[in-house]
Design a protein around this ligand. Structure first.
Ligand code: SF4
Length: 386
């Protein structure tokens, strides 16, 4: 979607909204549940953030160390630049091992890489009960031991994966922890923020066998645009995301616009930050407007990613690099003057609308007006009413 298509899309959303003026915000109980597990939840979140940021900031050395440990355990690593490179290497591996049936455990990452479509196109038999060949996405790789941290939906899945003759794991270059002990914090945070439950999933730390030098364990480490995000120091912390979707659930804008403007496996607040760099700026820069600056995403994130601040950083980057359309640039400048600080956002409705009219010398924003309370205030009211 380009920026003008997106503008039309937003106008249509606005019309639909005016028909049914009530938007119900879902309250988020994650912080309450996590307080039952950890005495000091903010401290735990900070530890999690530090671990993930440390990994991302020293990613090259860590990936080399992981490769060395995983290979010495008997696993085979394939490094892939993007999904095309990955599918080519996957095809060769499947042919070399004479695979006919595949048991594919679907995940965001397998969808991102297009494995489902690849299997259909190449007429591999999909068999969810087969343990001949599984394709699975671990939650994390563990640098110090060369292991994989696996998360299962059921004991049956666990048995299938661990007993499979040919194990093919696919992992993004960013999903790593340093030590096995760190998985405890992350498994709790993930289960709470993803599913609002205080017990972790069925998990296993899998290390290829060092004795038998298992040639049937493959790990595909795929970049697929992540190093473009890494190059941008200001927003690289978005790659510490653990895909818990908590920010999606509390985002009022996502609630209205849904998946459509993303046209991608990634969606929601963190996708607004990374997609323009992971994919291409032209088709995804409109996403920096998918934000009401309510701050809910930053507040809820278990890894303390300042998501809404990173969206602002993207806007700034697009302005400075002249990547915005003129109309959008004027629009954002005018709105920015009205809401550039939380104090201004929280000021009285008449004052905000007065400022907007006063600054709107091009009639660009004639159809816009501020409501009585901000998204942030509505979210807080809604949360404490429960
Ligand atoms: S950015 Fe969103 S999906 Fe990622 S860890 Fe934070 S809350 Fe979860």
């Amino acid at each position: 979607m380009n920026t003008s298509d997106y503008r039309d899309f937003l106008t249509a959303c606005k019309k639909n909204l005016s028909k049914d003026k009530k938007i119900s915000f879902q309250g988020d109980n994650s912080d309450i549940i996590v307080s039952e597990i950890f005495r000091n939840k903010e401290y735990v979140k900070q530890i999690a953030a530090n671990i993930r940021n440390k990994f991302i900031n020293t990613i090259d050395d860590n990936l080399i160390a992981f490769d060395k440990n995983f290979s010495s355990n008997g696993g085979i690593i394939n490094w892939c630049v993007d999904y095309n490179d990955f599918l080519l290497k996957l095809d060769k591996t499947l042919q070399r091992n004479k695979v006919q049936k595949i048991n594919l455990f679907s995940s965001y990452f397998t969808k991102e890489l297009g494995i489902e479509r690849f299997c259909e196109k190449n007429e591999y038999i999909s068999d969810s009960e087969s343990d001949d060949c599984i394709i699975f996405t671990p939650q994390f790789g563990i640098v110090s031991t060369g292991s994989l941290y696996l998360n299962f939906n059921s004991a049956y899945d666990m048995e299938l994966v661990l007993n499979s003759k040919l194990k093919i794991f696919v992992l993004s270059i960013c999903d790593f922890l340093f030590k096995p002990e760190e998985t405890e914090i992350f498994s709790h945070l993930y289960s709470v923020y993803k599913n609002q439950v205080n017990f972790p999933y069925l998990t296993s730390l899998y290390t290829p066998s060092p004795v038998s030098k298992n040639e049937n364990v493959y790990l595909f480490l795929v970049d697929n645009g992540r190093s473009n995000v890494l190059e941008n120091k200001e927003i690289r912390s978005a790659l510490t995301c653990i895909s818990c979707d908590a920010c999606k659930n509390v985002c009022p804008v996502y609630k209205i616009i849904g998946e459509e403007p993303y046209n991608n496996v990634f969606s929601g607040p963190v996708a607004n930050v990374i997609l323009p760099f992971m994919e291409n700026t032209e088709n995804y820069k409109h996403l920096c407007f998918s934000c009401a600056s309510c701050g809910n995403c930053s507040a809820v994130c278990p890894i303390k990613i300042p998501v809404s601040e990173l969206i602002v950083a993207n806007k700034k980057y697009f302005f400075e690099n002249k990547l915005m359309e003129m109309k959008d640039e004027r629009f954002a400048k005018t709105i920015g003057k009205c809401v550039s600080a939380r104090k201004k956002m929280n000021s009285k409705k008449w004052l905000k609308n007065f400022r907007l009219r006063y600054l709107n010398n091009s009639k660009l924003l004639d159809e816009y007006k501020f409501e009585k309370s901000t998204f942030n205030q509505q979210y807080i009211d809604n949360r404490y009413e429960k």
